[in-house]
Design a protein around this ligand. Structure first.
Ligand SMILES: *Cc1c(COP(=O)(O)O)cnc(C)c1O
Length: 225
């Protein structure tokens, strides 16, 4: 059995039913994606717009592409016709821009709000408090071409399991606050995207509904070698 098939089988055995697996294929070639596709994967994650746009036409059209990287506003227009879910809305300006471009294209785009809780300053996202203040009923009323489906976040890059769990709990509690607050009437606010190869088990314990796994499936990325 190949590495990809093998690791997918192992992962799937472990995942609770309510958790969606997104296979993060960034920096891996279309052939690797095809192989995972043959094994039944339909959700793939990419972190660069150009890379997603160049791979998508070579691959089956029923793939659901997830955008998980930092997104520049000038790339939004190109991206939205190809993407199923944008995980990485990290500013109000970007949220407005996605709404604007989606409106021009006469469609609706599903998005997650990225929350920053990790120790590293380099990670993008809203602070939890900032988010619960910024998302108001007036804003939701106005943004008719985006559907806010939930939140995304990353834990600190550390071996300290308590710290990682603490980070995931903060992301989850931010989701719960929104769900019981401003999103209470939303039928589709249902997604907590957290957990990567090194920490997905802790993420699931903390209430993740979507994990983003790259190296555990595809091996070490080219740029990391
Ligand atoms: C690359 C990446 C992943 C996957 O990371 P692995 O450690 O390879 O599983 C998940 N989420 C985001 C946002 C990423 O950029």
């Amino acid at each position: 059995m190949s590495r990809i098939t093998d690791s997918l089988e192992r992962l799937r055995k472990e995942l609770p039913e309510q958790v969606t697996l997104v296979a993060v294929s960034k920096f891996h070639p279309a052939e690797a994606i095809s192989e995972a596709y043959m094994d039944g994967v339909r959700d793939f994650g990419e972190s660069r717009v150009q890379e997603l746009l160049s791979k998508a036409p070579e691959l089956p059209s029923d793939i659901r592409w997830h955008f998980i990287g930092h997104l520049q506003t000038n790339k939004v227009r190109q991206l939205i016709s190809h993407v199923t879910l944008i995980h990485s809305i990290d500013t109000m300006r970007l949220l407005e821009k996605v709404n604007e471009e989606a409106s021009k294209a006469d469609r609706s785009v599903d998005v997650l709000l990225q929350i920053h809780v990790a120790a590293e300053e380099t990670k993008f996202g809203f602070a939890p408090d900032e988010l619960t203040e910024a998302i108001t009923p007036e804003l939701l009323e106005r943004l008719r071409n985006v559907r806010i489906r939930g939140v995304m976040g990353m834990a600190s890059n550390t071996d300290d399991k308590a710290r990682i769990t603490d980070d995931f709990n903060r992301i989850r509690s931010c989701f719960d606050k929104l769900r019981h607050g401003v999103m209470i009437h939303s039928e589709y606010f249902d997604t907590v995207s957290m957990g990567m190869s090194g920490d997905y088990r802790l993420a699931i314990e903390a209430g993740s509904t979507m994990i983003r796994i790259g190296s555990d499936i595809f091996g070490v990325r080219e740029y990391q070698r």
